[in-house]
Design a protein around this ligand. Structure first.
Ligand SMILES: [Fe+2]
Ligand SMILES: [Fe+2]
Length: 178
């Protein structure tokens, strides 16, 4: 994964930490692809304590801004920390198991930053915008900060319609069109 606009929360302190995580996720992906278990383990050794700290920062931020999804978000953090421990424990087993566990963790981190963390960034920015508007008072214009990320990045898969809303064009035979 590369750092891209879709990952930015628009809060520099959080973006700095996310950039570091993206770098490690990329390292893991490369080490898995090239079959370098020592490098996978080295990256996991760094990532474990780094994620503990990052998740603490993020959870403190959620509490400070009154984020409604804080409980569920923190639960996902705990699951990912367990995944780091699990992956490190694969070191004594088959090399393929370590690679798989590390690749799964890397994918989960990527997904988390693009969905749950982005949601939090959007909530924070929207709330700040509303605060600015309220504080500006009547008749005073304020510049609002655009919400971070794109709508597509946070659109849950379950909202996709299971069937097209109208019959597909191919289903209309020439006969019925006469
Ligand atoms: Fe998070
Ligand atoms: Fe995060």
């Amino acid at each position: 994964m590369e750092w891209d606009h879709g990952l930015s929360l628009g809060v520099e302190r959080m973006d700095v930490e996310h950039r570091q995580i993206v770098r490690r996720v990329r390292q893991i992906a490369a080490a898995v692809a090239e079959g370098r278990p020592e490098e996978i383990l080295g990256t996991l050794r760094f990532l474990g304590p780094y994620l503990v700290q990052h998740f603490q920062h993020e959870e403190a931020w959620m509490a400070a801004v009154g984020y409604p999804g804080a409980g569920e978000h923190a639960r996902i953090h705990a699951v990912m920390l367990e995944a780091v421990t699990d992956a490190r424990e694969q070191a004594s087993g088959e090399a393929g198991d370590l690679g798989r566990a590390a690749a799964d963790l890397a994918a989960a981190l990527d997904e988390h930053m693009r969905s749950e963390d982005l949601k939090l960034g959007r909530f924070f920015t929207a709330r700040e915008n509303l605060r600015l508007l309220a504080e500006a008072g009547p008749g005073v214009g304020v510049a609002l900060t655009p919400l971070p990320g794109s709508l597509a990045a946070v659109r849950p898969a379950r909202l996709e319609p299971e069937e097209p809303p109208y019959p597909a064009a191919a289903a209309v035979s020439p006969r019925t069109m006469k």
